[in-house]
Design a protein. Sequence first.
Length: 194
Amino acid sequence: MGEKKEYRSSIRSRKLIRQAFYETLKEKSFEKITVTDIVKKADINRSTFYAHYPDVMGLIEEIQEEILDYTQKFMGDIDFSDFFENPKPYLQNIVKLVAENNELYRLLMTSAMAAKQMNRLKYILIERTIKTLDAPEMFRNSFEMEFAIRFFMGGIVDVYTQWLSGVIDCSLEELTDELSKMVLRTTKHLGEEN
């Protein structure tokens, strides 16, 4: 009985800490958020925070790992078999992922570890595409196909990253339409070369 109550209390505390962190993130950049900011907003004491996290960066790292795990599972359910013939449904899946977790992905980007984390996201997407893509006729060999996948998927992740950072000013749907058209134009050009 006592153990179950303690477990529920722990879950509740972690939830309060995260909610307070997200609320504080709307007011100041993550580098300026302190444990004091979080515990005041969550209305808990410092020892409760430290029972769960070593510091604010520890909290951020845990959130980032969860985002990456979720992304990997999400991508694991997608079959990229005809990406180059019809990229839009696959890009819409990426949009769905980003839209559902917009704040979390923005947090991922604000961290000092953003480059490392975005490279891991790229790797997840590239490896999943390589695993499931049926080799289209336009590719003469597997190296050419793998090169194209790495080029396109790396670029796609970078473009969405820039959108999340506010560098690209358009809607997520407009961005996805443009990326889809670009993949199709390049695919058509590659098909004409063969």
